[in-house]
Design a protein around this ligand. Structure first.
Ligand SMILES: [Zn+2]
Ligand SMILES: [Zn+2]
Ligand SMILES: [Zn+2]
Length: 297
């Protein structure tokens, strides 16, 4: 029986069905430039409200994701606190003077090596990086569906500022892509903070990528669970926003669990196995000492 494509409304019996959001669309829409939400990947249907244009390399958010987007750096403060609290609950100490900086896609691409994925949403600014300045999002708001962004360039100066202050660690700042829902921003923060933790333990460049990314991804995953089982209730004004945050968290978790990537997928599944067998602290301490996951996972 022919079903109707949600994007172009034609009837066909050859539609692709995307189970997660229960979407039936023509196969071509996956590659013909049909608009998809940057975060939840839902196709823009004919009857959907306009997607929010972040004016950032074509990134747009559907009305669900934009209703819970954390746009302004000030709105990130409770998330930063929440992620730090989560780390404390696991007895992981990360220098809390290391700032989080929100950036746009162009700036993000300057930080990451050409070989890394273009979809990178978080990274670390090391002290030995050749980058001497970073353009950050200073203010961001929306009005009637139009986004307004103010940027600011942070330069490394001799004068003491947050970026140049004396810090023992080799981490200058944690860099996060702006313009996504709070649950994604917090997940990225939790992930990047774990990279920072490994570096602060002297593991930089010493761990296999799949081991490090596996644990970092697990931290993001665990933080999302923690946030959605408590903090989120006070983070949003309406129960609809809270519920959608939980739905989006389930989607992101599902997408992480099924990833075929060697590091972010298999590495993550190996990290879950190790942590469920040996416990979290034992596993990360073992990695720091032996530069690999506990054996026989
Ligand atoms: Zn179609
Ligand atoms: Zn969306
Ligand atoms: Zn990572």
């Amino acid at each position: 029986m022919a079903t109707q494509c949600g994007v172009c409304n034609v009837y066909s019996n050859k539609l692709s069905y995307y189970t997660y959001w229960e979407e039936s669309v023509c196969r071509e829409h996956a590659s013909d430039g049909t608009l998809r939400c940057y975060t939840c990947h839902r196709f823009k249907k004919a009857q959907d409200p306009e997607y929010l244009d972040l004016n950032d390399n074509g990134r747009k958010l559907c009305s669900y994701c934009s209703s819970i987007a954390t746009l302004d750096p000030k709105e990130c403060m409770p998330l930063i606190q929440n992620v730090r609290e989560f780390y404390r609950s696991l007895n992981l100490v990360v220098d809390e003077t290391i700032p989080f900086l929100l950036v746009d896609k162009d700036m993000m691409l300057k930080f990451i090596p050409a070989c890394a994925g273009k979809d990178t949403i978080g990274t670390i600014w090391y002290k030995d990086s050749s980058l001497r300045a970073c353009t950050t999002i200073k203010k961001c708001s929306t009005s009637e569906g139009i986004i307004k962004v103010e940027k600011n360039t942070e330069r490394l100066t001799r004068r003491c500022n947050l970026l140049t202050m004396r810090r023992k660690s080799s981490v200058r700042a944690l860099i996060i892509l702006f313009g996504t829902p709070g649950v994604c921003i917090g997940e990225t923060m939790a992930h990047e903070m774990m990279h920072a933790w490994f570096y602060l333990q002297g593991c930089r460049g010493k761990l296999e990528r799949s081991v490090e990314e596996g644990i970092c991804r697990l931290m993001g995953y665990m933080w999302m669970e923690w946030f959605c089982s408590g903090g989120v209730d006070s983070f949003y004004k309406t129960s609809v926003q809270v519920q959608y945050t939980k739905d989006l968290k389930d989607y992101i978790a599902h997408w992480m669990e099924l990833s075929q990537d060697k590091s972010y997928g298999q590495g993550f599944r190996d990290a879950i196995k190790a942590v469920s067998k040996f416990g979290f602290n034992y596993t990360v301490d073992y990695i720091v000492k032996n530069k690999c996951l506990p054996c026989e996972i």
